[in-house]
Design a protein around this ligand. Structure first.
Ligand code: G3I
Length: 399
């Protein structure tokens, strides 16, 4: 920031195009920006990324004569690493560093170019298009076009594919939730859905989230249509149908809030043990990893080890680390550390096979629409510019 003398300010006032000040929250800099680069009273032009600076409230000041250069070297809110994420993940012994994606995003060519670089992402997951509402919208009628687009993209790019998901309480068509099926009917429906879905992608999927989010946070079972009708048996029905449909695919149960030792993590450990004891196929647990800046659990690594000690693999399947907006250099620096600790925990655990970010860019993150006032959770910003979090991922794999 430069403090301007009173006489220089008076001189500037005679030059209209220089003297104009941007209004609160307006753009005030970035590559190609030709408008005002100073802000109205009480606001400071703040670097966000190479393409965008914004007038945000000045912390505890009412100064009107401050100016902020947006052409100076980038502050600590940019990435500096030149390494590629999947390359460093593989060098650390992992199978992949991947990203979720979604069909509407695939018209964004700049986005797809980054997504399709298999040195950056060695794996992709469809965020929505393999879910029940997308794949069996009416009973017995299967529609795979959205999922096929993403499976074909993975194939073209030489990337692994994670299937997401067979059985979840959410994004269910009403024929499932309101059908009043008895246990025998619903058992056949679950078996047919998972068998047909997994069978359609036979040979193309590295791992399937066969069961998604079966537990409440206190470790009790989620009372959805499946549990209410079939009890816990829906889990083995789905897993057995999936194994029969694609014997080579790794079969996972996936959930959130499994990142520290908790009643929910204990419930998941006990479920895996009981499936193993009954001979039901189970190959992995997905730790989603929807986290908050500054709140990565210190027990993350030991929690991963709790699962791998059962003889199964783990993967971090939906990583993002959100913050209260607006993002600041301090929050971005903490986010970098948080990404590094999560990746470091996976690196340290042999049975942790890979990490998937729940889309790589803030442009397409699910967070702001779900958590009001929060966001900036991904390693690329909304202009597809890498954030410090990117360097945190690299450091997690390399240090
Ligand atoms: O498909 C409809 C479209 O027809 C309609 O016009 C539009 C209007 O809002 O909505 C579209 O559906 C949206 C859907 O994504 C597909 O874009 C839903 O509103 C929206 O709620 C849904 O959000 C998804 C969310 O799961 C649903 O719970 C997110 O994109 C997806 O990233 C998110 O992913 C979940 C994982 O599957 C499981 N773990 C948590 C994770 C984050 O919530």
């Amino acid at each position: 920031m430069i403090k301007l003398s009173t006489s220089f300010v008076a001189l500037l006032a005679l030059v209209p195009f220089v003297a104009a000040q941007q209004s609160a929250w307006g753009q005030c800099g970035g590559q190609g920006w030709t408008g005002a680069t100073t802000c109205v009273a009480g606001y400071t032009c703040t670097y966000n990324n190479a393409y965008y600076s914004q007038c945000i409230p000045s912390p505890g000041t009412t100064t009107t004569t401050t100016s902020h250069s947006t052409t100076s070297s980038a502050p600590a809110s940019s990435s500096t690493s030149t390494a590629k994420l999947n390359t460093v993940a593989k060098a650390a012994g992992k199978k992949y560093l991947g990203s979720a994606t979604d069909n509407p995003e695939l018209t964004d060519t700049a986005y797809v170019a980054i997504l399709s670089d298999n040195t950056m992402f060695g794996q992709i997951t469809p965020g929505n298009s393999m879910k029940w509402d997308a794949t069996e919208p009416s009973q017995g009628t299967f529609t795979f076009s959205g999922g096929d687009t993403i499976a074909n993209l993975a194939k073209q790019n030489g990337q692994l594919l994670r299937g997401h998901n067979c059985v979840w309480y959410n994004q269910l068509p009403s024929w499932v939730t309101s059908g009043n099926f008895n246990a025998s009917q619903l058992s056949a429906i679950v078996s047919n859905h998972c068998g047909t879905l997994v069978g359609h992608y036979k040979g193309q999927v590295y791992s399937w989230d066969v069961i998604n989010e079966p537990f409440n946070d206190d470790g009790t079972w989620r009372t959805d249509v499946f549990y209410n009708t079939l009890g816990t048996s829906y889990v083995s029905i789905a897993l057995q149908a999936a194994r029969a449909a694609d014997p080579a695919a790794k079969l996972y149960i996936n959930d959130y809030n499994l990142e520290s030792s908790s009643a929910k993590a204990t419930a998941m450990v006990n479920l895996v043990k009981s499936l193993q004891a009954s001979g039901v196929p189970i190959d992995g647990v997905g730790i989603q990893g929807h986290l908050i800046v500054g709140e990565v659990p210190s027990t993350f690594q030991s929690t991963l080890q709790q699962f791998t000690a059962l003889g199964i693999e783990v993967a971090i399947t939906e990583l993002d680390i959100r913050m209260t907006l607006p993002s600041t250099p301090a929050l971005l620096a903490q986010q970098k550390k948080d990404y590094q600790s999560v990746i470091g925990a996976c690196k340290a655990v042999t049975g942790c096979v890979g990490v998937t970010v729940w889309d790589y860019t803030d442009k397409y993150s699910w967070v702001p629409s779900t958590f009001s006032g929060q966001g900036a959770a991904c390693p690329w910003d909304a202009n597809l510019v890498r954030k410090p979090a990117y360097d945190g991922i690299v450091a997690g794999f390399t240090s």
